[in-house]
Design a protein around this ligand. Structure first.
Ligand code: A2H
Length: 257
């Protein structure tokens, strides 16, 4: 980390109806854009995370400005230098929405590319950093201990759901999907390590670090795809192909920072 440029895949999670009140008037398709290093895990998306207290920007994307993206202002500026907005180096915001707190977008129904759930929801995550990626993190609890820890937390805490207007239907039906098999860690590697280390909270950073070390390294190279077009192949072999498929269908775009 911190050494040279990091290349991410930006996954476009389209906001479905009913849209949150603050963005309901927007005519163009609105997408939460999540930065991931693991496009091959997108089959396992169960939700998307926003930090309730981070300020996001709502801005026009593409040459034609026929789409709207939601991401931090910092990442929007970077995107504008990578051909993702109409004018190089310029971000045009949707009027009045240069800044909006993540909390105002929580509970939004979303379409998550490749997920087996046809509709997922925007949920709160408190460990999101505002200076990395887009500040939007798509959640794959089968293969990310951080994502699983936050999902468990929201499932456990009814008052937390209530505080952010999250209904039970937006959380309780969603379970980690077996998408990648890892030798010694099974088909739900993040869940396996979470249980093994008896992790109780998204703030248990020491144990989460250990869980991530195990899951990420093995998952990145030697994971066996269990689902989708490339089932039976290794994660390291299919990452690029899955990324290209997402690009070709307009469901993702490249982002470097
Ligand atoms: B990854 P790196 Cl299944 N704050 O995507 C906190 N975490 C963030 C973030 C932010 N602002 N922006 C992106 N991320 C997460 C999938 C995934 C990811 C899996 C397994 C490992 C993994 C599903 N979430 O990342 O510090 C995103 O989660 C392993 C590191 O730039 C993104 O990829 O290396 C990853 O962290 C980028 O972290």
């Amino acid at each position: 980390e911190g050494v040279g440029p990091q290349e991410y895949t930006l996954i476009k999670l389209k906001v479905l109806e009913p849209k949150p009140a603050a963005i309901a008037h927007i005519k163009e398709d609105v997408h939460l854009v999540a930065a991931t290093l693991r496009p091959e895990t997108m089959y396992g998306q169960t939700n998307c995370y926003l930090h309730p207290d981070i300020q996001y920007s709502v801005f026009y994307a593409t040459e034609k400005e026929d789409q709207v993206f939601v991401a931090t202002a910092r990442s929007a500026r970077i995107m504008s230098y990578q051909g993702l907005t109409k004018e190089n180096g310029k971000v045009r915001y949707v009027e009045g929405l240069e800044k909006i707190a993540g909390s105002k977008l929580l509970g939004a129904p979303l379409s998550a590319p490749l997920s087996h759930y046809t509709k997922v929801y925007a949920l709160p995550m408190f460990t999101i950093k505002d200076d990395k990626g887009t500040g939007v993190v798509t959640s794959v609890p089968s293969d990310s201990p951080d994502d699983y820890a936050s999902l468990c937390d929201i499932k456990k805490k009814q008052p937390l759901r209530e505080k952010y207007g999250i209904t039970d239907e937006m959380v309780l039906p969603f379970e980690p999907t077996p998408i990648i098999r890892i030798d010694g860690l099974g088909d739900l590697a993040a869940v396996f390590m979470y249980d093994k280390l008896k992790i109780q909270s998204p703030n248990d950073s020491k144990n989460l670090e250990e869980a991530k070390k195990e899951v990420y390294l093995k998952g990145f190279y030697d994971g066996l795809m269990l689902v989708g077009k490339y089932a039976g192949k290794k994660t390291s072999e299919v990452k690029k192909a899955i990324q290209d498929d997402l690009f070709a269908e307009g469901l993702a775009t490249k982002y470097v920072e």
